[in-house]
Design a protein around this ligand. Sequence first.
Ligand code: BG6
Length: 490
Amino acid sequence: MVAQEEVKDVFVLIGASGDLARRKVYPSLFSLYKKQLLPKNLAIVGYARADLTLSQLKKRCMIELNPEEENIYDAFWSINYFLKGSYESEEDYQYLNYFIYKTVSKSTNRLFYLALPPTLFEPVTSNIKRYCLPKTKGWTKVVVEKPFGKDSESAAKLTKHLSLLFKEEEIYRMDHYLGKEMVENLLYLRFGNRIFGPTWNRDNIASIFISFKEPFGTQGRGGYFDEFGIIRDVMQNHLLQILCLVAMEKPCSTAADDIRDEKVKVLKCMQELTLDNVVLGQYEGDPEGEGEAKDGYLDDPTVPAGSVTPTYALAVAHINNERWDGVPFILRCGKALNERKAEVRIQYRDVAGDVFLGQSKRNELVIRVQPGEAIYCKVMTKTPGMSFGLEETELDLTYGDRYKGAKLPDAYERLILDVFCGSQMHFVRSDELAEAWRIFTPLLHKIEKEKPKPIPYKYGSRGPAEADAKLAENNFKYYGSYKWTKPSSL
Ligand code: BG6
């Protein structure tokens, strides 16, 4: 344990017994601790309603340990505290403050991480502001995770609430996709190379496809999910953030606000989405599947009977600026599909005046976010040897092959470190959020009002066939002939 007078920074994890804390926040803190990346004089205070001891909390955390790490793990828990308290009672926050002051540290910087459902954001942040801010000159930071509201109106209300309590520099709105290696890499790839820049525009690019697929359903989270649906759960945040990084102009520097200014400009050039540019689906059980796959979305007991909430959505967006006019940005996300994959596909236009009798297929630059981070470019090449044929191949940068043995940190780990460092580059600013909701709110309201029946698709399938048709209509060509080959060293 760090002596009380030495503790300078306190990380207060509100919702310490919940799923997010167990699966992501504690494991990330431990990983940072192991790498000695946490501030030296840090203490972590878990706060939750559950009646737990610190050692019970330690056992509940999902951290895989090698035998040689057990001592470090114990050392990590020695900087931890746990306090039981309600999320809404003012007295409990007064006590939390007293506890930190008395037991943990007198002079502190305080970081509050809300691993909580969004309904609690407002009462919890009000109580933090009122009772738990450091008395001395230390800094305050507040981390909140999506969903940030459900539409423009509720998001504006939350933004206003937070802005009355904290300065924008103190608020870290987390979208964990911004902490993924390949999402962060978009900036480096685009602006650290000469090769891509000149072709990164409507003159050369036919369409851009940003896709997220998961091979499992709601996994008992149907109650939460049904209120939000896949558009709010994944598309409005994770996929839209990726779109911004793919589409934005070069920022004047890598400072957080310069980057976020450029992202906001992209969003401002986007029109509101309309239902005719969207395909919605909902998974059904596969009678021949195994385990969870037998159940459809509506078989989840936490999902209301007859729900028409989409578990799959494909939407076509446009950016009305000089670079992207006419280029469809196709966003697709779905649960209970055939594989786990998140990627960006930048599909180039057909070769003009093809001398290979129409055999040339489109180039595609693929940025695979997960699993198996990779960047590869589909190119045409002469069939090796005596042949005069032409065939598809790839220029391939597969991380597992090129950076063998390198262990990439989890997104949460990076983002928590960013918060300690005070870097907001990978966090969502309030104006960005408002623009994101502007684009999606009319569509979401229309879906809620008209309740269009989503197209059923089988658990474990590629999703509704109508989505493939939409891709084809939007200048994305699928040839079906190319197959990425895993490097032999993997
Ligand atoms: C979350 C969504 O934000 O992202 C989940 O709420 C989704 O529904 C998850 O499963 C996907 O994250 P990752 O990092 O596993 O791709």
